[in-house]
Ligand binder design. Structure first.
Ligand code: COA
Length: 453
């Protein structure tokens, strides 16, 4: 699987001279994102595209080709693959549509046969491509830029996957990889789970899924995987499940069955795309909590109560202990040191930092949610700077900030420093819940894996 993500050289077959065509856009993305390996456009017309010499066939390329991205009309794909096989290409990512998804099963089978004959792996067909940020590889026709991070995204939906590339960028969510699986004629979800499990650049795997082809293989791949897996499983409703079945042709199955399987093998299920990244952000940045005791620190009673409700609903345990009285030191007499610890609307950056230090130093506290409502006494950007300076990274800290533009800026500043920050208290609690869930699932998975050995 290596050569799909860390190829030394990439050929774009069907690299078009016309900027509006997909083959051109893929080549442009590869070049502009800063890929350092060799890049070879292939087109029988020859010439030059984007300053690169064009080869008339992949077999004319002088050096080795690890990855070929194919963007020619479906009927031409078999002959292109034969040519790749003769050249000794290792992996082929087939962008072209027009295979099993439109009932053209035979053409897809032929493609797989050719690939097997030559010992090549096939990603797709019917995909938007593959990107791997540590190698500065963006072999997709999605947005040009992708923020580097530790979350790998596997998408069963093409359009949604492309949209998520743009969305993660505006939300400042860093990705290690994004990969479109399309019809999964050869490379499967399980192959990708195995690859990302062994990939040191990936800490969390997010899958947008409409269904699985082989439930047993999926469960086994999850069991042998040592990283958190967050799944957005579409088709929760009966009608949605039918739509999913006709979209990807996968077994939509009963949603309750999926729910049960996810729980059994330790997959974290997200309700929405946003929910998935709320959790993935925390899972990719924070250490595992050593125990169950959470403390909420807030300058606003209201958001404190919202977070408390969320904690109760999500099963996040709020700590009650006499040592919470230590927080008295950083609040006015009318504050409340009971959890949620309310340091009041008078709290400035120093009071927040004092509270954070108390929570960090207390061994009975295992995770912290710091909540903030924008006030004139505490500037959000200064607060963000204070948190960056004071947080020692030894136990999980999530932040929720509610306010205007400066608050949004502060959230971005914290996220880019690797401190998960959200614009809603419920999200911060949900992020902690994901950490607790993963702690439980990690143990469960390794036990199940040991039992199968
Ligand atoms: N080797 C290399 N290049 C070849 C070729 C061959 N054997 N045969 C033709 N080409 C060239 C063409 O000359 C053309 O280049 P040009 O524009 O410079 O003339 C280029 O490949 C593209 O071929 P074209 O026939 O113009 O196709 P297209 O760009 O209109 O469409 C696809 C090609 C793959 C994009 C289209 O068939 C398709 O499948 N689109 C859907 C893609 C998609 O949505 N995928 C799923 C996303 S989730």
């Amino acid at each position: 699987m290596e050569f799909f993500f860390r190829p030394q050289s990439v050929a774009v077959i069907g690299a078009s001279h016309s900027p509006s065509k997909i083959g051109h856009q893929i080549l442009r993305n590869i070049l502009s994102y800063g890929y350092k390996g060799k890049v070879y456009p292939v087109n029988p017309k020859g010439g030059e595209i984007l300053g690169k010499k064009v080869y008339r066939s992949v077999e004319e390329i002088p050096g080795d080709v690890d990855l070929a991205v194919v963007a020619v009309p479906a009927p031409l794909v078999p002959e292109v693959l034969e040519s790749c096989g003769r050249k000794g290409v290792k992996g082929v990512a087939i962008i072209s549509s027009g295979f099993r998804e439109v009932g053209n099963r035979e053409l897809e089978e032929r493609v797989v046969e050719i690939a097997r004959k030559h010992g090549m792996r096939v990603l797709g067909p019917n995909i938007f491509g593959v990107a791997y940020t540590p190698a500065r590889l963006n072999a997709t026709f999605g947005p040009e830029n992708i923020q580097k991070g530790k979350i790998a995204l596997i998408s069963q939906s093409g359009a949604l996957g492309i949209a998520l590339m743009g969305w993660t960028q505006t939300e400042e969510i860093g990705l290690s990889a994004i990969v479109s699986v399309g019809n999964k004629a050869d490379v499967s979800d399980e192959d990708l789970l195995d690859f990302f499990d062994s990939d040191p650049e990936t800490r969390v795997i997010v899958i947008y899924m409409e269904g699985v082809h082989d439930g047993r293989a999926f469960m086994e791949a999850v069991r042998r995987n040592g990283k958190p897996i967050v799944v957005i499983k579409a088709g929760r409703s009966e009608r949605g499940a039918k739509a999913a079945a006709s979209h990807t042709g996968s077994l939509a199955g009963s949603d309750l069955v999926y729910d049960g399987v996810f729980r059994q093998v330790g997959v974290i299920r997200a309700r929405t795309v946003r929910d998935a990244f709320v959790m993935a952000r925390a899972l990719s940045e924070l250490p595992e909590p050593r125990g169950e005791n959470t403390v909420i620190i807030t300058n606003g009673g209201g958001i404190g109560v919202l977070a408390t409700d969320a904690a109760q609903e999500e099963g996040v345990k709020l700590y009650d202990g006499p040592d919470l009285a230590a927080f008295r030191r950083v609040m006015p007499p009318f504050g409340s040191f009971r959890n949620p610890v309310d340091i009041t609307g008078m709290a400035d950056v120093d009071s927040y930092m004092g509270a954070l230090e108390i929570a960090q130093a207390n061994p009975n506290i295992h995770s912290m949610a710091l909540l903030y409502c924008e006030t004139a006494v505490c500037d959000p950007l200064e607060l963000a700077e204070g948190i960056k300076r004071t947080y020692d990274g030894r136990k999980p800290l999530v932040v929720a900030m509610v306010g205007g533009e400066r608050t949004e800026e502060a959230i971005r500043a914290l996220n880019s420093a690797g401190i998960p920050a959200y614009d809603a208290p419920e999200d911060a609690v949900r992020a902690l819940k994901a950490l607790y869930l993963w702690k439980k699932y990690r143990k469960k998975r390794s036990k199940q894996f040991a039992d199968t050995q």
